[in-house]
Write a protein that binds this ligand. Structure first.
Ligand SMILES: Cc1cc2nc3c(=O)[nH]c(=O)nc-3n(C[C@H](O)[C@H](O)[C@H](O)COP(=O)(O)OP(=O)(O)OC[C@H]3O[C@@H](n4cnc5c(N)ncnc54)[C@H](O)[C@@H]3O)c2cc1C
Length: 466
């Protein structure tokens, strides 16, 4: 078989965040020969590894924007494919709760915008209905907007499903493969990476938090990434029973504010903040910020004080100096930029991929021939959702290794036997939830180390320190 470096690819996608995985899938299903190059040791090494994991309806997106179109197309396609690939969804709905007269006055406008955006089941509910649905909310709620279509996703298995489906249709990928430079030479992009040279007729920049740096390989970047950090707290599983819907604040002009939601893994999530920073990779949590988050969360749900925080994390939104998505195509340069997918990309990724495919079909003279598959393959993803059947409930699973998250030996081994084994410890944790529970790996890391012994280039100890 030809080495990936020796081939001429129809499309190279730079970046394996949720957007890159969805774009890669789209072109692979259309029948292009596609390669994805990812800097990290697994997919989701940037913004996509740390978000709120909500599937949005677009009720509050800017009307008539490309973002709204992509959110709604992405939502529809996700609903269409989720059962075919075993992707769990928790259909909780959301409530935008008003706690002051000023916020109360904004609720009709939120309903109006939702209807204008085509989300017609959004409605105003009164105080009595709020407490009937959410009896544990703090006193003082005045009314709410109900958004039945908002839902909770598994933020990791969905992008992995997109990449797996692409690979099942002949697409390829490389991890630990940062694109460092490149040049368009006689109608062919030659990209220089940590793993040598790769060639393609079309390059699609999906580098998220590095979007502007990668864009400058083609031309001076028309935008600058301004990372916007969001810090989160995860509460122990018992806390998730204290709410039913996603509890959203009334947004201000500056921020969408702090929300409360169940996670698909059965915890309760509180966050995020919105803090601008320069560093593109360091997503630290700060004690004083977390304490403030706890204060804000407990004002909405006083019972939070009864529960233990079991984890904290932060994610970096690939924001730019403008609010809208920075998508642009350059036919003469054989390049498409998918930048600035700031805060709705988990939902919109499949819709963004549809949009990129139509940009290519409409605006480019054909750079290659599509060879569409005869039949579409639907890979089955492992289910880690607390609200669905899990592997530990089935026989011959090799026993439970991580008792906090009930991860079996068979689940851990299956990751390494899958089409796309992770090449870093973070990837293994995200794909199995091993070491991600309340003990943070204190009890199971030894056992996990035994199982994964010699699967990574480094020992587990070195991986942890990286
Ligand atoms: C706090 C927070 C909360 C959010 N909540 C939600 C939500 O509830 N619902 C929702 O729909 N969206 C949400 N989002 C938004 C969503 O997470 C992002 O829009 C999405 O992850 C952006 O994906 P991306 O693929 O564009 O970028 P990224 O995930 O950053 O992916 C880019 C990838 O490119 C790789 N890369 C970078 N440079 C190179 C290079 N030179 N060579 C090769 N690879 C490279 C990176 O390693 C990375 O893996 C949230 C985001 C944050 C941060």
């Amino acid at each position: 078989m030809k080495k990936q470096n020796d081939q001429i690819w129809d499309v190279i996608v730079i970046g394996g965040g949720v957007v890159g995985c969805a774009v890669h899938r789209k072109f692979a299903l259309m029948g292009a020969k596609t390669l994805l190059l990812e800097r990290g040791g697994d997919i989701l090494s940037g913004a996509s590894k740390a978000n709120s994991a909500l599937l949005h309806t677009g009720f509050d997106a800017p009307p008539e924007s490309l973002e709204l179109t992509c959110i709604q197309n992405g939502y529809r396609e996700f609903m269409d494919i989720k059962d075919k690939m075993n992707l769990p969804l928790l259909q909780t709905g959301a409530l935008v709760v008003a706690w002051s007269d000023e916020q109360l006055a904004k609720l009709p406008g939120i309903v109006e915008q939702a209807h204008r955006n085509g989300v017609m089941d959004v409605e105003l509910i009164d105080k009595e209905e709020v407490y009937r649905r959410e009896p544990k909310l703090a006193a003082g709620a005045l009314a709410a907007v109900s958004v039945p279509g908002e839902a909770v996703m598994d933020p990791w298995s969905s992008p992995l499903a997109y990449l797996t489906q692409a690979v099942k249709h002949g697409a390829a990928y490389q991890f630990h493969c940062e694109v460092e430079s490149g040049a368009l030479e006689q109608g062919m992009w030659v990209l220089q990476t940590k793993k040598g040279e790769f060639r393609a007729r079309l390059v699609i920049n999906c580098a998220g938090i590095n979007g502007d740096i990668v864009e400058s390989i083609c031309h001076p970047s028309p935008f600058q990434i301004k990372p916007r950090k969001g810090q989160f707290l995860i509460y122990d599983k018992a806390a998730a029973e204290d709410i039913n819907a996603i509890i959203l604040p009334v947004p201000t002009a500056i921020t969408k504010g702090v929300l409360l939601t169940k996670t698909i893994f059965g915890n309760l999530l509180l966050g995020p903040t919105a803090e601008e920073q320069d560093d593109r990779w360091k997503a630290e949590v700060k004690q004083e910020v977390l304490e403030d988050l706890i204060r804000q969360g407990s004002k909405m749900l006083p019972s939070l004080y009864n529960y233990t925080v079991t984890a904290t994390y932060a994610g970096l939104r690939p924001a730019t100096e403008e609010k809208h998505y920075r998508i642009a195509d350059y036919p003469e340069k054989q390049w498409i930029c998918v930048g600035g997918i700031r805060s709705t990309g988990l939902t919109s990724a499949l819709g963004v991929a549809q949009h990129i495919a139509s940009l290519y079909l409409q605006n480019f003279s054909p750079l290659f021939e599509f060879n569409p598959p005869q039949e579409i393959i639907w890979p089955q993803m492992p289910v880690l959702s607390e609200y669905h059947q899990r592997d530990y409930q089935h026989e011959h699973n090799g026993g439970i290794v991580c008792h906090c998250e009930l991860v079996t030996r068979r689940e851990i081994e299956a990751v390494f036997d899958s089409d796309i084994p992770p090449e870093c410890l973070g990837g293994l944790c995200r794909r199995t939830r091993a070491m991600m529970g309340r003990c943070n790996g204190f009890f199971c890391s030894n056992k996990v180390a035994e199982i994964i012994n010699d699967r990574f280039e480094n020992t587990l100890a070195v991986e942890v320190l990286k």
